[in-house]
Design a protein around this ligand. Structure first.
Ligand code: OFO
Length: 159
């Protein structure tokens, strides 16, 4: 269980890296609202990683911080970036579910309880990215539509 959580810490920090890369990409194409949204997402992923980190530390486990993979830097369009984010979140959901199965198998109730938070969080994460993809498909890249979505995403609260 400890080793699998260590691997998940790495997955969460990679998620943070990926969204920070997407935030930089959105800055480079002059979409500050999209960049702000992705920066907020980056901060959330850091929290996801730290929640597992605290869990291991609190239980006297050994934290292993593996090297974080370099994320992609550019995407073909804002829609392509969000589609990549959705694909990534689905991958993370799969990892979390596998951790739940493992916690059940080894009867690690503390890990099982902690993981329930992540199960719910993944439902939210996928839903919010799917909603943005739907909106982007609706506006179809039109200038006015993109400005509207950018304004909306810029209003995301952080913390
Ligand atoms: Fe995006 O939920 Fe963590 O990785």
């Amino acid at each position: 269980m400890e080793e699998s959580i260590n691997k998940q810490i790495n997955e969460e920090f990679y998620s943070a890296y990926l969204y920070l890369a997407m935030s930089g990409y959105f800055e480079s194409v002059d979409l500050p609202g999209f960049a702000h949204w992705m920066h907020a997402q980056y901060l959330e992923e850091m929290e996801h990683g730290m929640k597992f980190w605290h869990h291991l530390v609190d239980r006297g486990g050994t934290v292993k911080l593996y090297a974080i993979q370099e994320p992609q830097r550019e995407w073909d369009s804002p829609l392509a970036a969000f589609q990549a984010a959705l694909e990534h979140e689905r991958h993370i959901t799969g990892r979390i579910h596998a951790l739940v199965d493992l916690a059940e198998e080894v009867k690690d109730r503390a890990a099982y309880n902690l993981l329930q938070w992540y199960v719910d969080e993944q439902v939210e994460e996928e839903a919010s990215v799917e909603a943005i993809i739907a909106r982007l498909e609706m506006v179809g890249g039109s200038g006015n539509g993109m400005l509207m979505v950018d304004r909306e995403l810029g209003q995301r609260q952080t913390g």
